[in-house]
Design a protein around this ligand. Structure first.
Ligand SMILES: [Zn+2]
Ligand SMILES: [Zn+2]
Length: 294
């Protein structure tokens, strides 16, 4: 029973990503459908979509959601407390350097990958994005696990300067790590080609779950303190989400957040609660782990 719920829990994350990407892709499709978009326009669009969504979503989480104490308490996913470590303010120089790196990456990616048109079939798009998130999670798992070996660790230490996390820690990494992580993320489009509407959607949703995953909150995509535990313990939980860690036995069991946005955890909690016939009070800020119920 527990294995079944764990599988559903991992699948819920993948399905959410696939459906969200497919919905955003529809928007880009209707926007660009009747327009001839040349190479330079595609580069500018992909770059701007990535940058605006990164800063936009990050600011929304850090300055919007986290400044509201009630909302912050309700959404907090982190259970294992660590020392407060505010993320330093952005500097103009830092932003410009970051954007130059992002622009060059976008230019190289779109130049090397073949262009294809996949249309706007919702089912086909959901299938494509489902394949991409499972593949991206696997590639990231492999690369990230290598980053934690003695030989490769140097590349990754910058990202681990923060045990406490702010959304923007998502982008806090060495240049070499940035290149390797970008390659693991976009590998399928070098093989199968890119559709501009799909990569723009992938970029927005990718930024959303990556920023949320570093925010210590469970808002919509991130259903546990999975990556918080990685930052506070420095080992285990190498994937984007727990699926591959469960497969390769490197999972540091996260505390699942249950609620309307995370129905699998909610159902699991209710089923276990009713089968145990014990009265467990509803947690307000910190949810009770499934492990502690058993
Ligand atoms: Zn790491
Ligand atoms: Zn991280």
């Amino acid at each position: 029973m527990q294995n079944f719920f764990n599988f559903c829990f991992e699948s819920e994350f993948y399905i959410k990503i696939a459906i969200s990407c497919a919905i955003v892709q529809q928007g880009f499709y209707f926007l660009l459908n009747n327009i001839e978009v040349n190479f330079i326009t595609q580069v500018l669009l992909y770059w701007l979509v990535g940058s605006i969504s990164f800063y936009g979503i990050g600011i929304l989480i850090e300055k919007g959601i986290k400044s509201n104490d009630i909302l912050k308490d309700k959404l907090t996913a982190r259970v294992k407390k660590v020392k407060n470590q505010p993320f330093p303010s952005f500097t103009l120089k830092g932003i410009i350097i970051g954007e130059i790196k992002a622009f060059i990456s976008v230019l190289i990616i779109l130049y090397l990958a073949p262009e294809v048109h996949r249309g706007n079939s919702l089912i086909l798009n959901i299938g494509w994005f489902l394949m991409r998130i499972v593949a991206a999670d696997f590639c990231f798992y492999v690369a990230h696990r290598l980053f934690h070996t003695k030989t490769w660790q140097k590349i990754h230490l910058k990202h681990h300067e923060f045990r406490d996390s702010s959304s923007f820690v998502a982008g806090h990494k060495s240049f070499l790590e940035y290149i390797i992580v970008t390659i693991t993320d976009i590998l399928p489009i070098f093989i199968f080609g890119y559709d501009i509407t799909q990569i723009c959607a992938w970029s927005i949703i990718g930024n959303a779950y990556n920023l949320e995953g570093h925010s210590s909150l469970s808002i919509f995509f991130i259903p546990s303190d999975f990556h918080d535990l990685h930052h506070s313990c420095f080992s285990g939980n190498y994937g984007i989400h727990g699926f591959w860690d469960r497969v390769f036995n490197t999972l540091n069991s996260p505390t699942k957040k249950r609620g309307i946005m995370f129905p699998v955890s909610l159902i699991e909690y209710r089923v276990i609660k009713s089968s145990n016939s014990i009265d467990i009070p509803i947690a307000s800020t910190v949810d009770i782990t499934m492990e502690s119920i058993e």
